[in-house]
Write a protein that binds this ligand. Structure first.
Ligand code: G4P
Length: 524
């Protein structure tokens, strides 16, 4: 049993893709799904339009609703390995969902647009990965068309992220005359061949160095020479530096034509870390071969109009999950039955009978489970709470129709519990006019839409002028509340939150308070 669990954990890779919108995350996810053959190829060969219809339907839905409807995992076998690709929301806005997913993975793929390099959202998400110590593989996408110079991209990684790049593939040929990449691990040329629309898996041609030289002459020689220089100047591969998050393997490809996608998967299974012991709230490791444990990283209701349910997504940390087992909910100490356990990807749902460390299980009708909660079997464990981020956008919400006050209250409570937004209240504003606080403004639209659809409650939202939030000590509540450009509200977990219009206000009010009265809300 013990050996079995260790082996199951060892063959798993659980990762997420981080990128700025439009870098190609949906395209890469589809390409990976295609490799995984989770979509049947018959539906995937009708060129781009048809191809995008297959897996992306849900992504369109996600976009139109501005939320991640699923944020679930694509699980598939790849050789002897099991790969879990955890989906992150695809919209341009920040939401805490993405951060929560990053709490549930063991590594991340940072996807860059070759023409744009590092973009704002990539930077922000990279910082979260760095704080979590996640190893990051960099995939430079859209290499099929003109972009920045590869060396310029490497420089950006060093200068703007302070991470050391270690190319694992190196482009052969220049923009407009792209021949493929040098696979630095084998010395081969992976030849670039376009497939119409990228619908099918490209038949990858690997050429040994001699054949590559014969066929591509100078162009090949230049690439080999460039890589040699890089290697000699300290950019050769270093596994320890990758695992420590100090260095990132860099690969070049084009997701839209599936170029480099298989190599990316190879690198993930060969080099990215398998699930390891997870540290609990007391700093103790929970080894993967101990009885089942896991934590909730996402709660979502209304995923499917036909199933009006609430699902909690659990990342398995240790042991074997078997559907039907009765586990303990650490926060309440109560038993939790797992009769309905599912794997969710897009709109497809499959029953999960077993899961192992690194896997994701969707538990249906999980009304008691909150984001960050822990579940265990036999040996008690509580994992640390998932970081909450300091909101930067605020709005008062009211019911449009006073006769629907009950639905309004229920809806707000539900969305607060799910963590769609944080709900803040104060005596002064009253229970009918709570303040919503979000990391990104799009969350307000999500609230408006879900209140209307799921709770039949039309709402009025009024944006507030605040942009900063700090935790405030109860002793100074009265000294902050009511000052110009500031206000104190209470979060549903009891924390007192002071909000400010701008840094200047915050600074001037903080100056009048005893030191340490205001503290950061960001807990990483
Ligand atoms: P996102 O999820 O990160 O937001 O990006 P998405 O996959 O939707 O890709 C954004 C655009 O970039 C799409 O074009 C997509 O086709 C294109 N793209 C993705 N990967 C590659 C690549 O390897 N090479 C090239 N040349 N383009 C790529 P679009 O015009 O916005 O959409 P579409 O109408 O063409 O599908």
């Amino acid at each position: 049993m013990t050996d079995d669990l260790t082996a199951e954990a060892r063959r798993r890779r659980t990762f997420a893709v981080i990128s700025h919108p439009d870098a190609g995350k949906s395209t890469l996810t589809e390409a990976i799904a295609l490799h995984a053959s989770v979509i049947d190829e018959a539906g995937a060969v009708h060129g781009k339009a048809g191809r995008r219809g297959v897996v992306s339907d849900w992504m369109e839905m996600e976009r139109s609703r501005g939320i991640s409807i699923t944020s679930a995992a694509l699980r598939f076998e790849y050789g002897d390995h099991v790969v879990n690709l955890l989906d992150t929301p695809g919209h341009a806005d920040f939401s805490e969902d993405t951060y929560r997913v990053l709490a549930a993975v063991d590594s991340a793929v940072m996807l860059l647009d070759a023409a744009k390099g590092l973009e704002p959202q990539t930077l922000k998400l990279f910082e979260v990965c760095r704080t979590r110590g996640l190893p990051i593989v960099t995939f430079v996408n859209k290499w099929d068309r003109p972009g920045l110079e590869p060396l310029q991209l490497l420089d950006e990684l060093v200068e703007r992220l302070g991470i050391h790049p270690m190319p694992l593939t190196w482009p052969v040929g220049v923009a407009g005359d792209f021949r493929g990449v040098l696979d630095v691990r084998t010395g081969e040329l992976v030849e670039f061949a376009r497939t119409p629309g990228g619908a099918t898996l490209a038949g990858v041609q690997r050429l040994d160095p001699d054949t590559a030289k014969h066929r591509h002459g100078e162009v090949w020689a230049t690439a080999v020479e460039e890589y040699e220089l890089l290697r000699e100047s300290g950019h050769g591969y270093d596994q320890a530096a990758f695992l420590a998050g100090a260095a990132t393997p860099v690969m070049f490809g084009a997701a839209v034509v599936n170029f480099g996608v298989n190599d990316l998967l190879r690198v993930l299974v060969d080099l990215a870390p398998a699930p390891g012991a997870r540290i609990d709230v007391d700093g103790q490791p929970r080894a993967v071969d101990t009885p089942f444990s896991g934590f909730v990283f996402k709660v979502q209701s209304g995923m499917d109009a036909a199933h009006r349910d609430r699902m909690a997504f659990v990342r398995v940390c240790s042991g074997r999950f078997t559907r039907g087992m009765v586990v303990t909910h650490a926060q309440s100490g109560k038993p939790f039955a797992t009769k309905y356990a599912q794997a969710v990807f897009g709109r497809s749902r499959e029953t999960v009978d077993h899961a192992y460390p690194g896997d994701v299980v969707g538990l249906v009708n999980a009304a008691v489970l909150r984001v960050g909660d822990s579940l265990y079997d036999e040996q008690p464990v509580t994992f640390p709470p998932i970081p909450k981020f300091a909101p930067e956008h605020f709005a008062v919400i009211r019911s449009h129709d006073p006769s629907r006050a009950k639905q309004f209250r229920r809806g707000i409570e539900q969305l607060d519990q799910e963590g769609v937004v944080q709900v803040l209240v104060s005596e002064r504003r009253g229970a009918q006019a709570p303040v919503l606080a979000a990391v990104g403004p799009l969350q307000f639209e999500v609230v408006e839409e879900r209140m209307r659809q799921e709770f039949s409650a039309r709402v009025i939202l009024e944006r507030l002028d605040y942009s900063l939030a700090r935790r405030v000590a109860p002793e100074v509540h009265a000294d902050v509340d009511g000052r110009r450009g500031a206000e104190v509200l209470q979060r549903s977990d009891g924390v007192l939150v002071a909000v400010f219009t701008d840094r200047w206000r915050l600074g001037s009010i903080a100056g009048d308070l005893p030191e340490g009265s205001l503290s950061s809300l960001l807990t990483l």
